[in-house]
Design a protein around this ligand. Structure first.
Ligand code: XLS
Ligand code: NI
Ligand code: NI
Length: 442
């Protein structure tokens, strides 16, 4: 890398839990081998280019607060090139093996689609060289189908077929670029694929169009030889009042209805789960129950704010239970933990970007280690198995195998009398969990 952009900040190294240095890892030791794989391979941390390198701290009440030195200059292409260099330097210094981006994050838009594609090609060539030089890889690519005014009423769900065509052209190119950069996945987050009011919306038609769009993406991927995993990223609302990929359950219904479930899995974002009224773990369990757990957008919301604040998550308890579900599901495979999170508006120093990711990486690494211990000990699993044991034999087994009927079960109920109540022992289990979280059982 030519010029150092984060001067004065060294590569962040693992120093162990006792370290008191702020710019060090206490739990994330990328090279630590656990169960035959390094921690880096288990966790597959990814930096989200859009938040970390395009976020300026704007909100609805005010303009940007975060200015990086490489952002100055009046040639947008040169700025984009310096920015991309800075991003890879950040990945390397953070020991983050992956990055993620939207097409429009990395390259400026031209006056025509053709010109925009040409500019994108320049940055993609640079990214390819940077990937080769640094070993950083692409976790997933995606297209920004929500910022440009043409997408104000959606992309694939736009009432205007011309906008649909434009979105198709954009995703076609984004797929080519993701293939070129060896991306492991391709993500669809349905930014404006929803509605503001049903007074002007044909909901059924819009969903059919969205399905057609996704089928065409699958077909084009096959055509060009992109074998990465397609992911849907559910979010209930924001920017629109209602988004069709509301949550994992709605996503499953949509994918199955339109014959897409064999091609897609889910990219689950913590803050989107909470916006939908679920826990992070709930969304993971729901996807995993259907074999559709793909990847994670690692962030968190704010309990008092009702929107997608995309903060860095340091809640080890929440991450531990999420990790327990991920491990029980067999891990994330070719997915990973993408830090779709941004700095707070007053966190304006380049160093803050490091503190933010260090906190997030360490919290996830610690949660992974705790969860691994929990799953290995199997105490919760044993409790749950016990709780359902009545379905392992006799009439319970017949119910599970659908070998009985209401008539037979009525006889069972009449002869057996009132079932004996058994405690769910929630508080006992929560205390047990805390023993792991607090390190008393490690
Ligand atoms: C926004 C989404 C977005 C996707 C990628 O809420 O999380 O950042 O991850 O388009
Ligand atoms: Ni996201
Ligand atoms: Ni989000």
């Amino acid at each position: 890398m030519a010029k150092e952009h984060f001067g004065g900040i060294p590569k962040i190294l693992y120093e162990g839990p006792q370290s008191r240095r702020a710019l060090a890892f206490r739990h994330y030791d990328p090279a630590q081998v656990i169960d035959g794989r390094t921690l880096s391979e288990h966790l597959r941390f990814s930096v989200a280019f859009w938040h970390s390198f395009r976020g300026t701290g704007t909100d609805v009440f005010g303009s940007g607060t975060i200015f990086r030195p490489w952002e100055s200059g009046n040639d947008p292409l040169a700025v984009a090139q310096a920015r991309l260099d800075a991003a890879f330097e950040f990945n390397v210094k953070m020991q983050a093996p992956f990055w993620c981006f939207h097409d429009r994050d990395i390259a400026p838009e031209g006056n025509t689609l053709r010109e925009t594609n040409r500019l994108l090609d320049i940055l993609v060539a640079q990214a390819k060289a940077l990937q080769r030089d640094t070993g950083v890889r692409l976790l997933w690519g995606t297209a920004n189908l929500f910022s440009h005014p043409r997408y104000m009423s959606g992309a694939a769900t736009n009432p205007d077929a011309g906008v649909f065509a434009h979105a198709a052209a954009q995703v076609k190119k984004a797929l080519e670029v993701t293939l070129e950069l060896g991306g492991d996945n391709y993500v669809f987050w349905g930014g404006r694929e929803g509605y503001e009011t049903l007074l002007n919306t044909d909901l059924k038609r819009e969903q059919a169009h969205l399905a057609a769009f996704l089928h065409m993406a699958v077909e084009y991927a096959a055509e060009i030889g992109f074998t990465g995993q397609f992911l849907i990223e559910p979010k209930p609302k924001e920017p629109t009042k209602h988004q069709y990929d509301f949550d994992v359950a709605a996503g499953i219904a949509f994918l199955r209805t339109h014959g897409l479930d064999k091609y897609f899995k889910f990219n689950i974002e913590t803050n989107h789960a909470t916006l939908a009224g679920h826990t992070f773990q709930h969304e993971i369990e729901t996807a995993a129950a259907h074999g559709l757990l793909g990847s994670v957008d690692a962030n968190t919301g704010d309990a008092q704010l009702g929107w997608d604040t995309d903060q860095f998550n340091t809640d080890v308890r929440e991450l531990t239970v999420a990790m327990m579900s991920i491990l029980r599901a067999g891990g994330l495979g070719r997915g990973g933990l993408n830090f779709d999170a941004k700095l707070r508006r007053p966190s304006i120093d380049p160093e803050d970007l490091f503190h933010a990711h260090i906190g997030g990486f360490d919290a996830y690494a610690l949660a992974f280690k705790i969860a691994r211990q929990v799953v290995a000990d199997g105490v919760f699993e044993k409790f749950v198995a016990q709780r359902y044991a009545s379905y392992d034999s006799g009439v319970g087994r017949d119910i599970a195998a659908r070998r009985t009927s209401f008539r037979e079960l009525e006889q069972v109920a009449l002869t057996a009398g009132e079932p004996v109540p058994r405690s769910g022992k929630q508080e006992y289990l929560e205390n047990l969990l805390m023993q792991y979280v607090h390190g008393e059982r490690r």
